[in-house]
Each structure stands twice: as structure tokens, then as C-alpha cells.
Design a protein around this ligand. Structure first.
Ligand code: UD1
Ligand code: CA
Length: 474
């Protein structure tokens, strides 16, 4: 279908979003709103997509579409003044050379390629046909353009809500979804004929339907009403997003991934078969989950890679990090950007890492802060260990050799290196490098005073009694 292009109309004001950000750039399931109609058009066989934008939103939309799709595939065209959908389509068509064109809106994220393919097939099936449009039967048609038909049942025109002539038109429940496939030359010619002689004083794209009907013909194709869901405000954005999340979960389900209720997985996330995603999990951005991995309840993973058979226990937060095969994280772990947890390494509860690598089989299982470090293979970092990486001005690195043992409640004052198989005694503040195989011990020696506990208790009791008596005299 190399002779198909799409025009996405996105130059409306979007005022109901009440936002400085252009409406179609608002994120929904991890991608800007406008991504979805563009994707649908490309999936339906469009070789190029022209997005019609307003002058104020052009720069931002241009930058996004070029980055995401490449400027050979998706480009913008500017509608200087929002004179209506007909004018927007005309602007878009100026950049179209292909024989057939799809027209759709930038704010309908639930529309998919198969919806559009049905229109393109209908158009292609009849050589004379000038236009095919998607319609839906709805219980409440208010606000939509109504489909008018001749006594033989052929589509004759679309009447906009504000221009309805009488109750019979108002009662029509077949409405215009705002999605069209057309022959480019015929549509261009029809757009040259429309006039803004209507209640809104706008150029209506919908007026080309009557022109096509009187020419080669216009055909209505009944579509899924979900394709209608247009995003105009924040509430609608969230409602549409819920539908997208449900679809994405279903897509992964079909590919052998268990996704339990309420997991919210961005469209941009990839997951291999046999992975298990529990309820209440968020997988965001460029996250990748490997085969057999398990992400347990309430975890939030952003722009990170979780390798095969890794286990992310409940309520862990992972950002821009790598988790190796069969590694275990959490519960309640926080991997901040640049954490690399290699195969079979463990990061346990209330452990925070940042720009730190735990090599194969290393463990930090409890209550630690490991910032700017490198922990060697099979090293063990005890409970309550802190990498003191910041002196108030600069960050410094802590390096721990393979097989080293860091006793609980130790502080490593960076920059510092602990050699291979070295042993840091519990409660040590490490301020100098520790050679391989050495024991580092830096704590006050313990002294036991025999029988002292009883004497101490008597003394404290007497003091408390004197205090009470003094209070009573006042
Ligand atoms: C339009 C249809 C209506 C249909 C409905 C389905 C017309 C006249 N009416 O109405 O029959 O039932 O969609 O949702 O087409 N836009 C521009 N430039 C403009 C005006 C609009 O780019 O000057 C864009 C908007 O950003 C939006 C799309 O066109 O993405 C549709 O415009 P909108 O004003 O929402 O049309 P509706 O009144 O909903
Ligand atoms: Ca609309």
C-alpha cells in the first residue's frame, strides 16, 4: 500500500487541558497522545504521516515526531489559524503526493491500525468511491456529527450538532467518528468547494461527505465506538489510559506473560514470556523484563532492564538501572540511576544504591546506602553499612574486592578501597584502604566490670527516689 499517506489533525487549541504543554504531547501509557494515531496510520500501511499543528506547538511536536519516527516518515504542517477541520485537512493535503489519504485526529489514542485498514479496504474495493468514513451507533449522539442517509440508505451528508435542522436529525444515532479514507485528488477538490457558512463559521471537513456522495460516492463503515474516545481534558486522558493499560496487559498475556490485576505497563515496555507481573506494579518508559523474571506487588520500574529469572520483591523502586539474571531485589529496595546488580546478586530490604555495581553473587541484604561504589563478586555487605560518598562538595568511590566481608554498621569513607577477601569488623569506620586478606578493626575495645550492673541499678533507683521527694515538697 505504498500509495497511502495519513494526515493527523492536531491544530486545535486543546484549552480544556489547561496546560502549557500541547494537548497531543501529554503522556498516556508512557507515550505522547499523538503517538497512537500515528502508529495506527503506519500500521494500516501509510508510508508517511503529516501532523497538522498550530504555530505555537510546532517546534515541540516537530522535535518529538522526528525523534520517534524520523523526519522522512512523520512531518508537521502548520495551520496558521484554526479555521476548522476542513481547513486543517487542506493544509495537511498540501504535503501529500500519494493517491489515497487517511484523515484522523491527534487526540484519539484508542484507534488502532485495523480500524483504519477497514476504511482503506472499503475505499479500494470500489474504484469510483471518493471517500469512506467511520461511523458508530451510539445511545447518546449529542455533540457528534450525525450521518444523514437517502431514502435508499446511502450516506448523503453529515450534519454537525450545532447545525441540526429538526428533531428527526437530532434523533439520528449513527454518528461520525471523524476518521476518513479518501482519494487525494477528489478530497482536495471537495475541500476547495466548502464554505464556512454554518453555525460555527468554520470550514467543516464533514461537508466534503455530501460533495463525495454527489460525485463518485461516500461510504460509511461501521466502527468500534471505542475508537471514538477523544481526549479533551485530564479526566478523559485518564479514562482512555485505563483502557490502554488493559489492552497492553492483554497483549502481554497473549505472549505468555502473566499480568495480574491493576499492573500499569507503558506501551514502550517489552516483556519476555514466562515473566510474572503482579498487581499494582508500574513498568515505565524503556523498561525491559526478561524471561521468567518476577516483578512483585507495588514495585515501580522505570527505564531499567530486569534480566531473566530476576526477582523484584514487593514495593521496590528501580530507576535507570540494570538487574542481572536471577538477581534478587527488595522488598522495599531503592535502585537509583546507574545501579548495576549483576547475576545472582542480592539487594535486600531498605537498601539504597546509586551509581553502584554489585558484581555476581554479591549481597547487601539489609538497611544500607551504597552510593558510587563497586562491590566485588560474592562480597558480603552487612546490615547498616554506609558508603560515605559525599564530602559536601564532591562524590567519591568505594571499591570492595571480591569475597570481602563488610561487618554490620560499618561506614566506608570514600574514596576508599577494601581488598579482595579482606574483613572489615562490625562497627568499623573505614578511612584508609584495606589490603587484600587483611582485617580492618576501628572501634573502642570492650571492657566488662564484674557486678557493676547491680550497683548501677541501686544508684539510679536512689536518684529517682530523691527527685520524686523533691517534687512532692514543692
Ligand atoms: C468533529 C467532526 C464531527 C465528529 C467529531 C468526532 C467536523 C466539522 N466535525 O467534530 O462530525 O462527530 O469530530 O470526534 O469535522 N482541528 C484542527 N484545526 C482546526 C479545528 C480542528 O487541527 O481548525 C483538529 C483538532 O485538533 C482535533 C480535530 O481536528 O484533533 C477535530 O476537531 P474538533 O474541533 O474536536 O471537532 P469536533 O467538533 O469534535
Ligand atoms: Ca472533538
Amino acid at each position: 500500500m505504498s500509495n497511502l499517506t495519513a494526515v493527523v489533525l492536531a491544530a486545535g487549541q486543546g484549552t480544556r487541558m489547561k496546560s502549557a504543554l500541547s494537548k497531543v504531547l501529554h503522556p498516556i501509557a508512557g507515550r505522547p497522545l499523538v503517538y497512537y494515531p500515528i502508529r495506527a496510520a503506519l500500521d494500516a500501511g501509510a508510508v508517511r504521516v503529516i501532523v497538522v499543528v498550530s504555530p505555537s506547538s510546532r517546534a515541540a511536536i516537530d522535535e518529538y515526531v522526528a525523534r520517534e519516527f524520523g523526519d522522512q516518515v512523520v512531518r508537521t504542517a502548520v495551520q496558521d489559524v484554526p479555521r476548522g477541520t476542513g481547513d486543517a485537512a487542506r493544509v495537511g493535503l498540501e504535503a501529500v503526493d500519494e493517491e489515497r489519504v487517511l484523515i484522523l485526529c491527534g487526540d484519539t489514542p484508542l484507534l488502532v491500525g485495523s480500524d483504519l485498514r477497514a476504511l482503506v479496504s472499503a475505499l479500494s474495493a470500489e474504484p469510483k468511491l471518493e471517500l469512506a468514513l467511520m461511523t458508530c451507533i451510539v445511545s447518546d449522539p449529542k455533540g457528534y456529527g450525525r450521518i444523514l442517509r437517502t431514502s435508499e440508505g446511502k450516506v448523503s451528508a453529515i450534519r454537525e450538532e450545532r447545525d441540526l435542522a429538526h428533531d428527526a436529525e437530532r434523533a439520528v444515532r449513527e454518528i461520525n467518528a471523524g476518521v476518513y479514507a479518501a482519494r487525494t485528488l477528489a478530497l482536495r477538490s471537495a475541500l476547495g468547494k466548502i464554505r464556512p457558512s454554518n453555525a460555527q463559521g468554520e470550514y467543516y471537513l464533514t461537508d466534503t461527505v455530501a460533495i463525495a456522495a454527489q460525485g463518485g460516492g461516500a461510504l460509511a463503515v461501521l466502527g468500534d465506538p471505542r475508537a471514538l474516545v477523544g481526549v479533551n481534558d485530564r479526566t478523559q486522558l485518564c479514562q482512555a489510559e485505563d483502557v490502554l493499560f488493559a489492552r497492553i496487559a492483554q497483549r502481554h498475556g497473549k505472549q505468555g506473560v502473566t499480568v495480574r490485576g491493576g499492573a500499569r505497563i507503558d506501551d514502550s515496555v517489552s516483556i519476555e514470556p514466562d515473566a510474572i507481573i503482579e498487581a499494582g506494579v508500574f513498568l515505565r518508559g524503556a523498561t525491559k523484563v526478561g524471561r521468567g523474571a518476577r516483578i512483585d506487588a507495588g514495585s515501580v520500574v522505570t527505564d531499567s532492564t530486569i534480566a531473566e529469572n530476576a526477582v523484584i520483591k514487593p514495593y521496590s523502586v528501580i530507576v535507570s538501572s540494570q538487574v542481572g539474571a536471577a538477581a534478587q531485589i527488595g522488598p522495599f529496595a531503592h535502585l537509583r540511576p546507574g545501579s548495576e546488580i549483576d547475576e545472582e546478586a542480592h539487594v535486600g530490604n531498605f537498601v539504597e544504591t546509586k551509581q553502584t555495581r554489585l558484581r555476581r553473587g554479591a549481597k547487601a541484604n539489609h538497611l544500607s546506602y551504597l552510593g558510587d561504589g563497586d562491590v566485588g563478586e560474592k562480597a558480603n555487605v552487612g546490615a547498616g553499612t554506609i558508603f560515605c560518598n559525599y564530602d559536601g562538595f564532591q562524590k567519591h568511590r568505594t571499591v570492595i574486592g571480591a569475597g570481602a566481608f563488610i561487618g554490620s554498621d560499618s561506614q566506608l569513607v570514600a574514596p576508599v578501597t577494601v581488598g579482595e577477601n579482606a574483613y572489615v569488623a562490625t562497627g568499623t569506620t573505614v578511612t584508609q584502604d584495606v589490603p587484600a586478606d587483611a582485617l580492618a578493626l576501628a572501634r573502642v575495645r570492650q571492657e566488662n566490670k564484674a557486678g557493676y550492673a547491680t550497683r548501677l541499678r541501686d544508684r539510679l533507683k536512689a536518684a529517682a527516689q530523691r527527685f520524686k521527694e523533691a517534687q512532692g515538697k514543692q
